[in-house]
Design a protein around this ligand. Sequence first.
Ligand SMILES: NC(=O)c1ccc[n+]([C@@H]2O[C@H](COP(=O)([O-])OP(=O)(O)OC[C@H]3O[C@@H](n4cnc5c(N)ncnc54)[C@H](O)[C@@H]3O)[C@@H](O)[C@H]2O)c1
Length: 270
Amino acid sequence: MNRLEGKVAIITGGAGGLGSASAKRFIAEGARVVVADLFEDRALAVADALGPNAVGMFYDASEDSSIEAAIAKTVEKFGRLDILFNNAALTDHKMHVQDRTSIDIPLEVWDKTMAINVRGILVGCRYAIPHMIKAGTGSIINTASDSGFAGDNVRIAYGTSKGAVITLTKYIAVQHGRQGIRCNAIAPGVILTEQMKGFPVLAETIHRHVVTPRLGEPEDIAALAAFLAADESSYITAQTIQCDGGHLAHQPQLADMIALEASGRGDVIE
Ligand SMILES: NC(=O)c1ccc[n+]([C@@H]2O[C@H](COP(=O)([O-])OP(=O)(O)OC[C@H]3O[C@@H](n4cnc5c(N)ncnc54)[C@H](O)[C@@H]3O)[C@@H](O)[C@H]2O)c1
């Protein structure tokens, strides 16, 4: 399909698991793509592998001037900006393990998480939207997470930031809808990126609570992002779409109930 023919996209966190799969899909759908990432060398390598319609660029979602510069450079190079995929987040393992509870999270970890995951999206919108208003069209896609919908024993900052992404998505959509700009979010559950494959016990634990036979792949997110980027979804805005194999769709005790039935002791609950 060539649903993104003629469109120009910036994908932040474009060198990572979901970002690079989305860049590949956007290119396959006819877009020209800026692979924007904190690690410029990785962004350049991803873009290089995708061919002449991809460009790698330095982008620090926690640094306003870098966001402004990357968006200006994109418009200067391609003459337009149709799609902003705000997908970057603080996913660094060393930071994540410190992101625990209100009592013990180092406040620098909270601040950094909010700066990248929330403020970075706001600032990306601030610089991208004027170009979209001028063109009378634009699609903004934000990566949220299942963690934005429900509490957990750890990662108070990450989860809170993703909850904010869900609300921010609605504000952007509402405030700029009449100017032709749509804004939606994708909330992934566990997606088996190379990084996530390094945590097989975590993946398997979550798999007990997923209703599909398999866990998610980066291509599942890429397919949804391409749909939200394309005009085909032009009546969809302000939504957060969960791409999580039904992880949050059921009663929390479902996995225990299934295990109980499988053990032959189902009679105790009937
Ligand atoms: N993989 C999953 O299971 C999963 C689940 C839920 C949500 N998510 C979300 O999906 C998005 C992508 O995650 P991923 O799994 O591909 O992780 P990843 O670590 O592979 O990719 C994240 C990318 O963001 C980049 N990045 C980090 N800080 C940045 C900054 N300040 N500016 C620009 N880029 C920066 C990293 O360099 C990396 O390339 C994130 O928003 C994450 O929270 C992922």
